[in-house]
Each structure stands twice: as C-alpha cells, then as structure tokens.
Design a protein around this ligand. Structure first.
Ligand SMILES: C[S@@+](CC[C@H](N)C(=O)[O-])C[C@H]1O[C@@H](n2cnc3c(N)ncnc32)[C@H](O)[C@@H]1O
Length: 806
C-alpha cells in the first residue's frame, strides 16, 4: 500500500515560444509585447549580432592569412626572422564585446527571453585554433548573458556544419558546457539536439567556423553514425556534467520521426524544450501547416510529463505587427478554430470552406494557431492520470505499516481505489461459495464461516467481507484485528454505526492474537484470513512475517488465506531524472542509493524488451506501456521484459513454520543461527534471484523497476481473482487499480552498455530475525567473439541500514 494523495485535474499549460534563425528586429520590450499580443509566451534572442560574427571571421581570416603568407614561396621575408607557425603565432584574442556586438541590455523583462549562443561556433573542433576561438566566443556570450540577468540559454549541440553530430570530440564540447555552468551559476542551459541524426545531409552552413578548420581528424566518426548517435552524444555530455539539473535538452523534431524506441529514450530524458522547425509541418488539404499523427502523438506524450516542456516554433515567419495581431484576436483564426469544436481542425467540407480558406490565409501565425488548437484539444486525462498526476517521478520512502502507525488521511487515500476492494470482495465471495459448496467444516459452533481481517485499518475490508456474505447468503462471523490504536477507535465506531455490532474488534498485533474467543473462554480458529499487507514489491511491508505469525489461528484443515500468494517482479530501466534526484540528495544523505523508493514512474525507459516471438509466447496483449496511454498513432508498443523474482504462498507449509519455531530461541535442534545473525527463525522468508535481461539497444541503466502480482483467491474451478501492478499484466488482471506505485532500486554508478548487451541482475531479500532488507547489483555483459565478457558491475547495494523492522 502506497502513500499518496489525490490531485485536482489541472490541465497542463503549454508555453510556446518563437525563434528566428536570423531575427531582423532587435529583441526589446516592444517586440516582446508584440509576441505576447500574437499569443506567444516567449521569444529567443541571439546573444551576439551578425556584426560580431563578421569580426570574429575577419580575425580568423587575417590569422590564417598571416600563417599562409609567411609560408608562401613568393614572399620576400627577412630570412633572419622566425617564420610564424601555429606554435609561435599567438592565437587571436576576441576583444571584449561592444554595444554593436550584442542586442542584449539588462531590462525588466529579460527573464522572458531565451538567449541563444552562436550556432556557428565549433566547440568540438579538432583544429586547436577553431576550438580555442569557439571557446572564447562561447565564454564571452555566456558571461554577458549571465551579467544581463538572462536565465535560459539555448546552446547548439555538437553539430558539424553539414548537420551531422560530432562523435569524436564530445568530451571537449562537454568540458566547455561544464565551464559555462560554473560561469553562470544561475543559468539554465538547453542543448539543441535532433531526436536522431538526419539521414540526408543538411546544406553546408558557409559561415560555420568548422569550415575554417585546417586540421581535420581522419577518425571524425568513431563508428558509423547510427540512429542513436544523438542520444549517445547527450549521454556523454550530461555524464561529464554530473547529471546537473541545470543542463537539459532542446529536442528538435525532424520531419521524419525516429523509431519508437528512440522516442521512448528521449521521453526518459530531461527534455525541457521541444523545438519544432517549420520544415516539420506538413500542409493539410487547405494548405494550412499541421503536424503528422505521429508528431501529434509524440507531443501528447511529452506534454503529459510532470515537467511539461516548452514548445519553440522555429522559423515559422516573423512576429506579426501589432495591427495584424489585434485583427487576429478580434476576427481571425481563433474564433474559427473555436467554432470547429474540440474534434477537428477546420476542413473545407462545406459552403463555408472558402471563408475558412480566406481566414486561414489571413492568419499571420498559422503554425502557432495550430499548436494552440492542439493544446485546447488534448485528450482529457483519465481518472488514474488525474489521481497520480502530481506524483509522477516523485520519490517516496516506502511505508512501514508494521513499525509505524498510519495516519487517517493515508487510509483515506488508499480507500479511494476503485478496484482493490471490489476484487477483495469478489475473492471473499468466491471463497465463501466454494466453502459452502464443498460443505467444509467451519470453525464456529453456529455454522457461520469465521472470517478475520488481519490488519483492518479503518475497516474497508471488513465492510467487504460482510457484503460478500450478504451477496452469497453464506453466514459469517467477522473479527477485525488491528494493531494501530488510533485506527482501533474508528473500527469500534464503525461497528456501532455501520456494522450493526456484527464484528468483534480486537486491538492486537496479529502475531500475538490467540484467535477468536469461544463461549467457554478458549480460543478457536479462523476459516478465512483476509489481509492486505502488501507493498509495491509485494513482500516489502512484511506480509510474509505477519502472516506466518498469525497462521496459528487458521483452521488447520481447511483454512484459506486471502491473498493466497504473491510474487515480486523486476526489470532494468533508464531513469536519469530519478538518478539525478537521488544524486542531488546524496550530499546530505549518503545512503540515498542504498534504499528502494516508491515512485510513480513516468520519465523512464525500459531497457529490455521481449522479442516479438517471446511476446507471442507470453500470450499477453499489452495495452499499456510505461504506465501511460497506449500509442496514439496505432503503432504496437514493445513489451518490457519483466521477470519474476520470487513468490510467497499462504498458509505457509507447516513443516517450514515448525523448523522456524525450533530455530527461534536458539535451541540446539534449531541449528547454529542465521546467516545474517539472529537465530535464523525468519530465514525461510529470505530469497535470492538472478536474472538475465537482453538489451537489443544501447543504453544506461539507472536501476530496477519493481512490481508485484498477487492471487487473492483461486477457486475450485481454477478461476483466479488477481491484482497486478506489473505493466505487462496489470490491464488484464486489475486495470485502473491505483493503490500501488512501482518500487525503484537505484544504482549508484549508472551502467552504460552497447547494443546487444545483457544485463544480469542479482537481488536478495535478507533477514536477521529483527528486520528485513534488500540487496541488489547489476552487471553488464557483451558478447565478444562468441564469449560472454563482463563490461561492468555495479556496487552491491544494501538497504540494511533502512531495513523494515519486524
Ligand atoms: C496497508 S494497511 C491496509 C488497511 C486495510 N486493510 C485496507 O485495506 O484499507 C495495513 C494495515 O495493517 C495493519 N498492520 C500491519 N501489521 C500488523 C500486525 N502485525 N498486526 C496487526 N495489524 C497490522 C496496519 O496498522 C494497517 O492498518
């Protein structure tokens, strides 16, 4: 049972900005106002002017001329003077900025500007001169932007002049970014990167400094550029910058989107700006710019993240004059789009088509109007999304309902689950019907089936047990056992007011409860023991230990436990956001990586997927992936490989508990103690699992996502009532259940691996009779010449210090 609260349905606001590669107007308060009038939220401004660019080029040209001249055969240099070489001729120094070099001046609205550094520099150049000059330009620009009070700076990624991504000198680029973060400690930096490198080369940018490079590397391309090169470049840059929260991505949407696996990877990364160039729009039948279905579905997915990215429309035409803007507001596109209703962008389907065409032609900002239209017509968030909205990627320490007493508000929140209680009622009803059908001996003298709800909380399962009895007409005797003294007060109240005193309420730890008191004062048995002590990883709230401890009250011949069994499941994931969050906290809490977290996973990527054949075998139709909506454009989503670690069944075998009892107290017959200390009385609840996960695509593992499944009851007809948080089976077993978020086991040093690797996960449930904790480690393997070679191994993580107290 997790700990979260309902949030209101506040539709996310879309912030849309305007970018022009060559902005003619200076960016001042007036232009900002015009942009706002046109319905933009922000605009970009270059930090330096074309004048500055020309000066830098001139400086570089004269430097190169001096070198060339001194080496040319027809100069009549004095032979006694040394010939300048790149080693002796000092690198030109870029002079301090003048007013003609930058359009920026500090002003009140400067924080609304997104400043752009020069896209024509080449920080990763193999030519030392070009790299040096690029660095000087970059440092000047960053320092001046920070001085002016700019907060957001957009920086061109390591892109070469022909649009390809530099792969060989990424460290040089990353080093420059790291330095920029130190220069402007309050700046938020956005690195512009394409979702995937373009397959067709862009026309060469004549003014890009890389064109002036004298030394070029023969190994410019470390490996053939792949669809992953862009993501890989980002992975190197942010790793060198230590996952800084101030370093994020401005992701460019190309006309042709890359594979869904690359899209998913970007979805897990800190994309704070989605950069939409004019070229990514396509004309609709009335020549209006729109986005393809695939682009729209990608946008929808991103715009549902906890941190909603800004959208930047690039080179979609200038900001209209104030007159145009006011015309648009009064009679132009907005009313027409509104009239088209929520379902469609206007099409020329009727007599009004001509009017529409005219208005659309007159729309000075058709791209913006269209994006605003998409904003207004986003699919509504369903109840689950609304419920968990504020908790996406929010790390929580797992509850310990055994060691701590929960607050009423915590019970209240999980009582809102629309599925869990319903399914419990179904399970109890089926158990009662089977009991009656098989004419099994009951534990009461009245013929009623004895039900105990162990860990009743505020009583919702007690209510369900009474309802199941009424629905099946099987008489019951109900006991409510709860150790939380505060919840006990409410249970007694409910008994008076709602349950008509049909329930016997007991304040006790279930492990110390002797069972129902019989008329003669002795203690009897329970026929059906109902409990809900499950955590996000099934056994992490110590359900096995509690149920072992109360098993002595269960009818030895026919007693039923609801749940009957539960299993824990894991899969490796990439989740840079959570990793950065834990890293950020680890200076004050060094044990941050030695603890599993309960978290509504949102910005993450599954690293291991089932092959289509395996998916076929698993015979499971997955309608949801990543806990989000299915693919909007109808594409089939891959199924993550989520593997089962271990299981627990109840009632536990009597022989197991008998041995445990022998060990307790350290009797000679009970062996010599537990491997982790203590008597070893709880060792039967220790577990170990090792799993291999095939990863077809390269990636970085930040930890493991954990889920659970439980069989509440399996009827004599073999039919099961089940709950599941496992993304592969949850739709089939308990769609819309919201009581549990996944669990996350982090790794301290992320593990990067190439295509076709294997991740091996070892995970333990450990105990020393006083507490229970988990240990986990991840190893990466690659196949080299038919042999499996170990690439790296994470630390052995252990939550022993923060273990769950028994
Ligand atoms: C997750 S809550 C479930 C409450 C309620 N059954 C429901 O489903 O809403 C678990 C409850 O079990 C209680 N509990 C946990 N361990 C217990 C124990 N050893 N003996 C008695 N109650 C226990 C907790 O105090 C808490 O009220």
């Amino acid at each position: 049972m997790d700990n979260f609260v309902d949030v209101a349905d506040a539709p996310p606001t879309w912030y849309i900005g305007h970018h022009e590669t060559t902005r003619l107007l200076p960016v001042n308060d007036q232009l900002l106002r015009l942009a706002q009038d046109a319905n933009y939220d922000m605009i970009t401004s270059p930090i330096t002017t074309p004048h500055f660019h020309s000066n830098v080029q001139a400086l570089l040209s004269s430097y190169h001329a001096e070198l060339d001249y001194s080496h040319s055969s027809d100069n009549d240099n004095d032979d006694t003077l040394p010939i300048p070489t790149p080693d002796t001729l000092p690198i030109p120094l870029i002079p301090a900025l003048t007013p003609a070099d930058s359009p920026l001046i500090p002003h009140d609205n400067i924080s609304q500007l997104l400043a752009t550094t020069s896209p024509w520099i080449d920080l990763a150049s193999p030519d030392a001169i070009i790299a040096n000059i690029s660095r000087q330009v970059f440092n000047l620009e960053i320092a001046y932007a920070a001085f002016c009070g700019i907060q957001h700076v957009i920086i061109q990624g390591p892109i070469l002049e022909d649009g390809t991504i530099c792969t060989s000198r990424l460290t040089q680029y990353a080093r420059a970014i790291q330095e920029a973060m130190a220069t402007g400690p309050y700046l938020q930096l956005y690195i512009v990167l394409p979702t995937a490198p373009s397959s067709s080369k862009a026309p060469e940018n004549q003014s890009h400094l890389s064109r002036f490079a004298r030394s070029r590397e023969s190994f410019d391309i470390i490996e053939a550029a792949s669809a992953w090169t862009s993501w890989e470049a980002w992975n190197v840059i942010r790793t060198l910058c230590n996952y800084s929260g101030r370093l994020t991505i401005a992701l460019t949407l190309p006309k042709r989107l890359p594979s869904t696996s690359i899209q998913s990877r970007w979805y897990s990364e800190p994309v704070r700006i989605i950069w939409i160039p004019e070229s990514s729009f396509i004309p609709n039948p009335i020549s209006q710019p729109v986005l393809s279905r695939a682009h729209k579905s990608l946008l929808t997915r991103f715009m549902r993240l906890r941190t909603v990215p800004w959208l930047l429309l690039s080179d979609v035409g200038p900001i209209p004059s104030s007159l145009q803007a006011s015309e648009e507001m009064n009679g132009g596109i907005l009313p027409i789009a509104a009239a088209a209703g929520a379902s469609a962008w206007p099409l020329p389907s009727d007599a009004k088509a001509a009017d529409h065409k005219k208005s659309l032609r007159e729309d000075p900002t058709p791209h913006l109007s269209y994006i605003r239209f998409l904003q207004r017509n986003q699919p509504r968030r369903d109840a689950i999304e609304r419920f968990v909205g504020g908790y996406q990627d929010y790390l929580q320490t797992p509850l310990q309902p055994l060691a701590d007493n929960l607050e009423s508000i915590t019970y209240e929140v999980f009582e809102k689950d629309p599925i869990k209680y319903e399914w419990y009622e179904r399970a109890i009803a089926r158990a009662l019907m089977d009991w009656q059908a098989e004419s099994k001996q009951v534990s009461s003298s009245t013929g009623a089936v004895v039900i105990a709800v162990a860990g009743s909380g505020r009583g919702p399962l007690v209510t369900r047990a009474l309802r199941a009895s009424a629905a099946t007409s099987v008489p019951v005797q109900v006991w409510a056992v709860e150790k939380n003294p505060n919840a006990y007060v409410l249970l007694q109240r409910h008994n008076e007011k709602e349950w008509n005193r049909q329930v016997t309420v007991v304040k006790s730890d279930m492990r110390a409860w002797k069972g129902p008191v019989l008329p003669d004062g002795t203690h009897g048995h329970v026929d059906i023991l109902v409990s809900e002590l499950l955590g996000s990883f099934a056994d992490n709230e110590l359900s096995p230990e509690c149920l072992d401890g109360v098993q002595h009250v269960l009818n030895p011949a026919n007693g039923i436990s609801i749940p009957a069994s539960y299993t824990a499941h894991i899969t490796p994931i990439a989740t840079p956001k959570l990793y950065a969050d834990i890293l950020g906290k680890s200076s004050s809490d060094p044990s941050g990586f030695e603890l599993p977290y309960v978290v509504m996973l949102s910005a993450f990527d599954n690293l291991s997927m089932l092959t289509p054949e395996e998916a076929e075998l698993s015979n499971t139709e997955v309608k949801q992936e990543n806990g989000t909506t299915p693919s909007q454009d109808g594409t089939t989503l891959p199924i993550p490989d989520v593997q089962t670690c271990w299981s627990f069944s109840h009632p536990a075998p009597a022989s197991m508990l008998a041995q445990s009892n022998l060990r307790r107290g350290g009797s000679a017959m009970g062996g010599w103690g537990g491997v982790n200390g203590g008597d070893g009385a709880n060792e039967h609840n220790g577990r170990f699992a090792i799993h291999n996960f095939k990863c077809k695509e390269r990636g970085t593992c930040h930890g493991l996502a954990g889920y659970f499944e439980t069989v509440l009851y399996e009827g004599t007809d073999g039919k099961r009532v089940e709950l599941s948080t496992n993304p592969v089976t949850m739709d089939e077993k308990s769609k819309d259940m919201i009581s549990w978020f996944p669990i996350f086991f982090p790794v301290k040093a992320p593990i990067s691996f190439p295509d076709n690797s294997e991740l091996q996960v070892s995970i333990w449930r450990q105990t020393d009779d006083r507490k229970v904790w988990y240990e986990w480690l991840v190893e990466a393997f690659v196949n080299v010449g038919g042999k499996k070679c170990r690439l790296s191994t994470s630390d052995l993580h252990s939550s022993k210090k923060n273990g769950c107290l028994m």
